[in-house]
Design a protein around this ligand. Structure first.
Ligand code: 6GU
Length: 269
């Protein structure tokens, strides 16, 4: 996969040289290029922003430097394959999830356009649609000062799904959000630590029991912390023991979906 990032703060992307993603780049699994938006300006002051039409606070990024930068990046690797995906980090974007990360990990080319200030002139998005599949993307319902931190997060989430990047691919299977649930709690040695014992079942050697305990812990955690995820959970083919586990948590299975019982106690509704 080839990734291009355009930003007025290219140094902000330096952490992508470290750890798993840095290694993936060294190993040739991921080609990542960072471009300085100001290199695509033509005026003496290398201006990238201006005041908003219609008035209001803050500044808006000018369209022409973006068009120059994106046209250059689009042409760089040739037009051999399909249009690259242009991801525009923005709190006004569609939500970036693990499913999005999987989807984008299947692309040949991604381009990230990091806006700052109040955002990029909207006409850039219309123009860019000729060269890219444009996807405004948000990490969540809060505001960052610019797209750079969001790009660090998205590139890491996508990059670790590329073949060969994570040493043991099995570690991608049993992690939070891989099956629509939160991860089960984990423990390591010593088995007793400051008067706290590791749950006995994990020391039992009974792999069936361990798998069931872990699954039920996933249900318990998800019900407690992220009950919204259970609304999407496919409960149609759950074994009886799992239905009982959900019943204990205050959920019934109705038409293949989990429904919180009206009389269920607790505060996780
Ligand atoms: Cl992707 N970008 C910015 N600037 N702010 C955000 C965001 C993205 N996601 C949440 N807040």
């Amino acid at each position: 996969m080839r990734i291009d990032v355009v930003s007025i703060f290219p140094e902000y992307l330096a952490p992508l040289e470290l750890s798993l993603i840095g290694k993936a780049r060294q190993d040739g699994l991921l080609e990542l290029n960072v471009h300085a938006l100001r290199d695509f300006t033509t005026d003496r002051h290398r201006t990238v922003d201006d005041t908003p039409y219609g008035g209001g606070a803050g500044m808006v990024m000018k369209p022409e430097p973006w068009a120059q930068a994106l046209a250059t990046v689009a042409a760089a690797a040739g037009e051999a394959t399909a249009k690259p995906v242009l991801i525009v980090p923005s709190p006004a974007g569609e939500r970036f999830t693990q499913a999005t990360a999987h989807e984008l990990a299947g692309e040949d080319r991604l381009v990230f356009a990091c806006g700052r200030y109040e955002g990029i002139d909207e006409r850039v998005m219309e123009w860019a649609a000729e060269h890219f599949t444009v996807r405004p993307m948000s990490l969540g319902d809060y505001v960052l000062n610019g797209g750079e931190v969001a790009v660090l997060a998205m590139v890491e989430a996508i990059g670790r799904l590329l073949p060969g990047v994570v040493g043991n691919p099995e570690s991608l299977v049993e992690e939070s959000h891989s099956d629509g649930l939160l991860e089960y709690p984990v423990y390591t040695k010593p088995s007793s630590w400051r008067d706290r014992d590791v749950p006995a079942v994990l020391l039992s050697g009974n792999h069936g029991k361990i798998a069931q305990w872990r699954r039920h812990e996933q249900y318990r955690r998800t019900a407690e912390r992220r009950p919204d995820l259970l609304e999407e959970f496919d409960a149609g083919k759950l074994p009886r023991a799992d239905r009982t586990a959900f019943a204990d948590l205050g959920y019934d299975v109705v038409d293949g979906h989990l429904k919180r019982r009206a009389d269920a106690g607790g505060d996780s509704a």
